[in-house]
Ligand binder design. Structure first.
Ligand code: MLT
Length: 396
């Protein structure tokens, strides 16, 4: 007798995309120590602006409370403190979405919940992802042995695939604004997906991690679409919105109206979380609450604008060079066609060797990304400008 491993792990790539890129950067730095200091990172979507002052003050205040018997907090509610859920509930009213407090679950980030939510579903479910795809959706399902259907996308459909009979699946992943393409579904397009899910008994797993970059009438939440509460779970994060990539906080919305096989998914998720999760720290939840105060909001909006200005530096360069791209307007990601018909990993190497700039090869996000490349707007102004100068000089 010996322990059996989960053999599905043999079906995923050796390392996670961003771990692979980090390794390649370390190897390049070791081989090119004289250029290492010139490296500009526009690969993984990690933020560079520090936490807003209001958030830092909340962290400090909550930390002090933890050192005083009367205000000390031990285990908190697994699904999050009411003060943060109320702040999120109020935020959704801006999009005319009414949520019950207990439809909101606080977590340590969208990525964890996107993986963990699969505990609720049979391994026999089929899964549909749009391609290019955030690799977490694929890898977590391959680990569990689920069958995946790909809705491929391209320049022709603006990297916004729409429902089609061959995309019928039990679980449908949508991300808007999209990672990696930065493309955003409008109200009509999202309505088509909600109706498709309703017609087929599917559940949409909607990743709204980049909603804070949305402007105009584009939807921030899938629940802005009538009927979505019966067919969708939404994931969101403070990572990009408020610089919490290292602080860790996010939330998941599981509406009461979402039921399957006579079971209430909100209750199932509560049962799962109370069993496997002990909640996000009080200190971090107080910091997240501060994001929604008027002062906190003002400060995070300045940071978001800072990244949008970076995105404009990138898109202005691509416009001048007449290179096709999506994103950058309502998203921190710019998804560009590789110059000279290069394949994405070749362009990754070329850009690193010649410009000392790191991006993410489109092929890492799936077949539709073979000739595309993702740049993030999360760098500093100085580095974004410098990277684009080098890029234009080399490929212009
Ligand atoms: C990305 O670069 O795609 C994101 O930072 C990854 C993530 O949020 O987990």
């Amino acid at each position: 007798m010996s322990a059996q491993i989960n053999k599905n792990f043999l079906n995923i790539s050796q390392s996670y995309l961003f771990a692979e890129i980090a390794k390649r950067i370390r190897d390049w730095q070791a081989a090119n120590p004289e250029h290492a200091s010139k490296l500009i990172r526009m690969g993984i979507g990690d933020v560079t602006r520090p936490l807003p002052e209001t958030v830092v003050e909340a962290l400090v205040k909550a930390s002090r409370e933890m050192g005083v018997a009367e205000t000390f907090h031990g285990y908190g509610p697994e699904q999050g403190y009411d003060f943060l859920k109320t702040a999120i509930q109020n935020y959704y009213t801006r999009f005319h979405v009414a949520l019950e407090q207990d439809e909101i679950f606080i977590s340590d980030g969208a990525k964890s919940d996107i993986g963990n939510i699969l505990d609720l579903f049979s391994v026999d479910n089929t899964v549909m992802v749009t391609d290019p795809v955030y690799p977490v959706y694929v890898d977590t399902n391959v680990m569990a042995g689920r069958k995946i259907i790909y809705a491929y996308s391209s320049e022709e459909n603006g990297f916004l695939p729409m429902p089609a009979p061959e995309y019928k699946a039990d679980l449908i992943y949508l991300c808007s604004p999209n990672n990696p393409t930065g493309a955003v579904y409008n109200r009509e397009q999202l309505t088509a997906w909600v109706n498709f899910a309703r017609d087929n008994g599917s559940i949409i797993l909607f990743d709204a991690a980049y909603e804070c970059f949305v402007t105009g009438d584009l939807p921030h939440s899938i629940y802005e679409i009538p009927g979505a509460k019966e067919v969708a779970i939404e994931f969101c994060s403070f990572s990009k919105k408020a610089g919490f990539t290292g602080t860790r906080c996010g939330y998941t919305v599981v509406p009461y109206a979402l039921k399957r096989d006579g079971a209430d998914l909100n209750h199932m998720w509560l049962r799962r979380q109370t069993t496997k999760f002990n909640g996000v720290s009080y200190i971090v939840q107080r910091a997240a609450e501060a994001v929604f105060t008027p002062e906190g909001e003002k400060q995070i909006n300045e940071n978001i604008q800072y990244y949008k200005d970076n995105a404009k530096i990138i898109t202005d360069t691509l416009d001048r060079m007449q290179i096709f791209y999506t994103g950058g307007k309502n998203s921190p990601y710019i998804w560009m066609k590789c110059p000279g018909g290069m394949k994405s990993w070749d362009f990754f190497n070329d850009l690193l060797e010649k410009a000392y700039v790191v991006g993410t090869p489109g092929a890492g996000f799936g077949k539709s990304g073979e000739q595309f490349f993702r740049l993030t707007a999360f760098s500093t102004h100085e580095n974004t400008e410098e990277a684009m100068r080098r890029f234009e000089r080399i490929y212009g």
